[in-house]
Design a protein around this ligand. Structure first.
Ligand code: G6P
Length: 371
């Protein structure tokens, strides 16, 4: 009913608007006033965490894209090699897993069969398994050594939104906690990042208050046969997730690419009027910002329509954008938390315009309990 949806047309739209609270709830109580992390729920002893020599993140769908972001953050902050793998591929390739491997599963539902089978395999190989999960008492956390619960609240829309954002938060908390336990970052650096995380809910709230441009885009591109998304560094998983949302909800052909790969193939797809979303890294991130600017020029030169998601004040990107969507200024590794929001809204709005059932897209299930 409309009341359950808090006055919104769809659960998904409500869940998009719930995101500031979901993020804040997931941060709540997990650090003290000095910015030191308190993750007592990780029942893996600090000595064991110090002995970890490899991390493998396993997940499916949207949760997999959260895992891709986790790799960038965890490796950067902890210097522990971190792989990320689709759960459905993991156990079938004879992965190298042992007692000093930390396997991190990410699952909103905690019931996804592919992910469950993967962690069972990891445990048979004596790996430690830590679940990032939104559903208390579900199967995956029950079968894991430890769990970090995301506190998104129930997610009803089949396409994950607040589930994804809170998974990202849990991954950042895990990365910073490992850095704290292993001493790979100074405590003041950790405190600074925690402080930046604490500012994210307000930043998303501001974004949600300023969506006219995105709603207009959905109107403009409602008949587009295909939409591309480009991103680099942590913008790459954002591009993949932006494309997934559009496939799931609007049934439009959509693909995400690593911007640097454009020249190695996808550029052949660029044609007149094709909408191309580009997630710009924050300016000043060594040479990557310039390289993505060149990508936009190449796309534009071929007549495509560029929709550029760039940090507010990014004067360099603005002239190359047909449409500019500004993002709040946040540290680079945290940018997915704000970059995905307009893409969620775009997909939801476009699917609504096409008359699709946004909460129950065709052929999809909220949790897939068969392999
Ligand atoms: C299904 C859903 C996706 C979800 C994926 C993983 O395919 O339709 O939205 O991302 O499962 O779900 P999980 O509950 O494991 O995060």
């Amino acid at each position: 009913s409309a009341a359950e949806k808090g006055g919104f047309d769809w659960f998904m739209r409500k869940e998009i608007y719930d995101q500031p609270k979901a993020v804040a709830d997931t941060l709540l109580g997990r650090h003290d006033a000095s910015g030191a992390l308190r993750l007592d729920e990780i029942r893996i002893a600090p000595e064991e965490l110090r002995a970890v020599d490899k991390i493998i993140v396993i997940a499916c769908g949207t949760s997999f894209y959260a895992g891709m972001v986790a790799k960038y953050a965890i490796e950067h902050w902890t210097r522990i090699p971190c792989e990320v793998e689709l759960a459905s591929e993991f156990r079938y390739r004879d992965p190298i897993v042992g007692p000093t491997t930390l396997v991190v599963s990410i699952s909103q539902s905690g019931e996804t069969a592919d992910t469950l089978m993967a962690i069972r395999h990891a445990r048979e190989q004596k790996a430690k398994v830590l679940a990032i999960c939104n559903t208390n008492g579900s199967t995956i956390p029950r079968e894991s050594d430890a769990v970090i619960y995301t506190h998104a609240g129930p997610e009803i829309g089949v396409a994950s939104t607040k589930g994804f954002l809170t998974q990202l938060v849990a991954c950042y908390l895990l990365g910073l906690y490992l850095a704290q336990v292993r001493g790979t970052k100074f405590s003041d650096e950790i405190a600074l990042l925690i402080d930046e995380l604490d500012k994210i809910p307000a930043a998303i709230e501001r974004q949600l208050g300023d969506l006219d441009g995105v709603l207009q885009l959905a109107a403009d591109f409602a008949d587009a046969p295909s939409v591309l998304f480009l991103g680099r560094h942590v913008g790459y998983p954002v591009a993949l997730e932006g494309a997934l949302k559009l496939k799931e909800l609007a049934y439009i052909h959509a693909e995400g690419f690593a911007a640097g790969e454009l020249k190695h193939g996808p550029i052949a797809l660029i044609e007149d009027q094709l909408p191309v979303f580009v997630v710009m890294p924050p300016p000043g991130r060594d040479l990557v910002h310039d390289k993505v600017i060149s990508n936009i020029q190449e796309i534009r030169a071929r007549g495509a329509r560029t929709i550029v998601l760039a940090e507010e004040g990014d004067e360099v990107a603005a002239p190359y954008a047909d449409v500019m969507i500004t993002l709040p200024k946040v540290p680079t590794l945290l940018q997915p938390l704000v970059a995905i929001v307009p893409l969620q809204v775009f997909a939801c709005e476009l699917a609504t315009r096409k008359g699709h059932d946004v909460d129950q897209p065709r052929n999809l299930a909220k949790s897939v309990t068969v392999e």
